[in-house]
Design a protein around this ligand. Structure first.
Ligand SMILES: Cc1cc2nc3c(=O)[nH]c(=O)nc-3n(C[C@H](O)[C@H](O)[C@H](O)COP(=O)(O)OP(=O)(O)OC[C@H]3O[C@@H](n4cnc5c(N)ncnc54)[C@H](O)[C@@H]3O)c2cc1C
Length: 272
């Protein structure tokens, strides 16, 4: 009988040695190491740096005070309860209940998605409700278009998010929402294709938070599809992406419209 393969090495003298070892083991994998460091020490530093009051005011902005704790929570390096206790401690030290409410709510979302997953099992890969887009599920493509995965859509925002996802393994929540909406509503691709792509790259990749969030954007787990427009993106991402975007310069940005115009463009009219 063949002997079982040896375990991967776990001790390295330096990060450069780790990178060299991975290159040797996985020559087909492009790019370098993610800047996100693993381990309890890195997790503790981020937990201590969390600022619930600033978080509440700025979490929707790409440069807002989000915690970046998700990879550590996902892999059990920090428990959700430990993060919750750290937030409560900070609130007791000053800042008041309201200042911490938003961060506690978000931790609650993670807990909620996990419970839904426990109930649904692999059912989280299926639409929980009919789509509210007016389009039949069969009209959505099964596969993620290559230009998206390769960051060459020609839209500076989507290409930047795609690149960030693949090279760092993490994306801000708002970028995840914009990207998911673009995939599902503008490109008419099944949310499952986008969800699989995210899970392939996210260091916090978690079937519950990921798939149920994709379903929320798609409208199979919410009462309406989530969409955004250029002014929403510029408000929360700043103007630098649009400033270097060819589509914006040519006047062909697909997000540059009012919500009413986008609704009409993207969704089929409701049956009379
Ligand atoms: C399309 C899409 C896919 C997503 N896929 C994942 C995924 O695979 N894994 C994952 O952990 N999160 C996922 N999320 C949720 C959220 O985007 C990330 O948890 C968050 O951006 C992680 O960054 P952070 O640690 O700085 O979060 P913070 O905003 O600082 O929040 C603190 C913690 O609360 C939890 N949390 C925050 N927002 C959410 C949320 N909306 N839903 C569930 N938990 C939340 C996370 O554990 C997070 O680490 C997804 C969201 C969308 C829209």
């Amino acid at each position: 009988m063949a002997s079982p393969p040896a375990d991967l090495p776990r001790q390295f003298a330096s990060r450069a040695e780790l990178e060299a070892q991975l290159r040797e083991l996985f020559p087909e994998a492009p790019g370098g190491l993610s800047p996100i460091r693993g381990g309890r020490q890195a997790a503790e530093q981020l937990r201590q740096a969390a600022n619930p009051a600033r978080y509440g005011r700025s979490r929707n902005f790409l440069d807002g005070a989000v915690t970046r704790l998700s990879p550590y929570i996902r892999h059990g390096v920090l428990s959700l309860a430990e993060v919750r206790e750290a937030v409560f401690q900070k609130l007791r030290a000053g800042g008041g209940r309201e200042a911490g409410e938003k961060l506690i709510n978000e931790l609650g979302w993670r807990d909620f998605w996990q419970r839904v997953w426990r109930q649904l099992g692999d059912g989280i890969w299926h639409n929980q409700e009919p789509l509210k887009t007016g389009h039949s599920p069969a009209s959505y493509a099964n596969e993620l278009p290559a230009d998206l995965a390769e960051a060459r859509t020609g839209l500076a925002c989507m290409d930047a998010f795609s690149q960030e996802l693949v090279t760092t393994g993490w994306l801000h929540n708002h970028a995840r929402m914009w990207m998911a909406a673009y995939v599902v509503h503008w490109r008419r691709v099944q949310w499952q294709a986008g969800a699989r792509w995210f899970l392939q790259h996210l260091l916090d990749g978690d079937p519950a938070s990921n798939n149920l969030s994709w379903q929320w954007v798609a409208s199979s787990f919410s009462h309406k599809p989530y969409i955004f427009n250029r002014s929403n993106l510029e408000r929360y991402a700043g103007s630098s992406l649009c400033a270097r975007c060819d589509a914006a310069a040519k006047g062909t940005c697909p997000f540059d419209a009012s919500y009413e115009a986008l609704q009409e463009r993207l969704f089929a009219p409701a049956a009379p």
